[in-house]
Design a binder for this molecule. Structure first.
Ligand SMILES: [Cu+2]
Length: 298
């Protein structure tokens, strides 16, 4: 009795279904990729994510622009290496298959190729390390600051203090039901941090309770806000507008609901804001001794 026959029939049918399915899946993947490419906005979001965004949010500071450049540069290197290794593997599978190469050679060691596959990766790493270190120094060396703002992460909102002008205020997320037109959900806040355009802003961060992290994708900054210590970063926004970020360190129940909103304005608007902010957020140091504000003034 041919035991194998019914099985062969089943197997054939299964294989055919599988082939059709994989064809369909492949077509689906291509369609999805095509649709997302077509539907993707010309530029990724500025200051906030945009629907079907590919890649980073648009860079508005020199540091963020450099981060984007390094990312694209390393991506090209990754692509070339991956393509090269894939071609090499495909060629080896084809050329040295049992059919084409029944008696394998017993060659071992080839000094030239061994030197090459040691030296070439080292050179590739050097071409990555040089711009990467340059970017690190650029990020970590704060230029002379025009303005200092201290951001204190609290469960679950941010407080901004302007030590030069001696005021501090809290910045809380606007609940979805209270959003005004144009305000992005989970990102809009009641009191935005306001800074002037084209000015170096030094940001000091600290945490009042647990570790939070201050991050603005468009500015290319992300730095931990740790209780008991002050961290420092800087940005120079080169375009006016609203820029959003979020706490980027899991800090508790409402971690997802303590956005960071920074409004970058021209000098005139900044002076006007500063004048009214001084009145609005005036703190009487005798009533409210803020050790945090003092720490920021250093
Ligand atoms: Cu947090």
């Amino acid at each position: 009795m041919a035991i194998g026959r019914p099985n062969t029939g089943n197997l054939g049918a299964i294989l055919m279904i599988e082939r059709r399915l994989s064809q369909r899946m492949l077509a689906g993947c291509f369609a999805a990729a095509g649709a997302s490419l077509l539907a993707a906005p010309a530029v990724a979001g500025t200051g906030q994510p945009s629907p079907r965004q590919m890649g980073f949010q648009e860079a508005v500071t020199p540091v963020a622009a450099d981060i984007r450049w390094l990312h694209d540069y390393v991506n090209v290197i990754i692509f070339v290496i991956t393509a090269f290794v894939m071609c090499l593997m495909l060629y080896a599978m084809w050329r040295f298959s049992e059919k084409r190469n029944p008696v394998p050679s017993r060659t071992t060691h080839n000094t030239t190729i061994e030197v090459l596959w040691t030296v070439v990766p080292v050179l590739i790493l050097v071409t990555i390390a040089v711009p990467s270190f340059r970017l690190l120094f650029f990020q970590l060396n704060t230029p002379k600051a025009d303005l200092t703002v201290k951001a204190t992460g609290k469960q679950w909102f941010w407080s901004y203090s302007y030590p030069d002008s001696k005021f501090e205020f809290d910045s809380l997320m606007v609940p979805t039901k209270d959003l005004k037109p144009g305000q992005p959900r989970l990102l809009a806040v009641d009191n935005e941090m306001v800074v002037p355009v084209n000015k170096v802003v030094k940001v000091l961060t600290t945490g009042a309770d647990v570790i939070h992290a201050f991050a603005i994708p468009s500015f290319g900054i992300k730095i931990d806000a740790i209780p008991g210590r002050i961290n420092e970063t800087w940005f120079k926004a080169e375009r006016e507008g609203m820029y959003y970020g979020q706490c980027s360190e899991l800090c508790g129940k409402d971690h997802a609901f303590m956005p960071i909103a920074i409004r970058v304005v021209n000098d005139r608007d900044y002076t006007a804001w500063l004048d009214q902010a001084k009145k609005k957020y005036a703190t009487d140091d005798s009533v409210r001794p803020t050790a945090l504000a003092a720490a920021g003034a250093q």
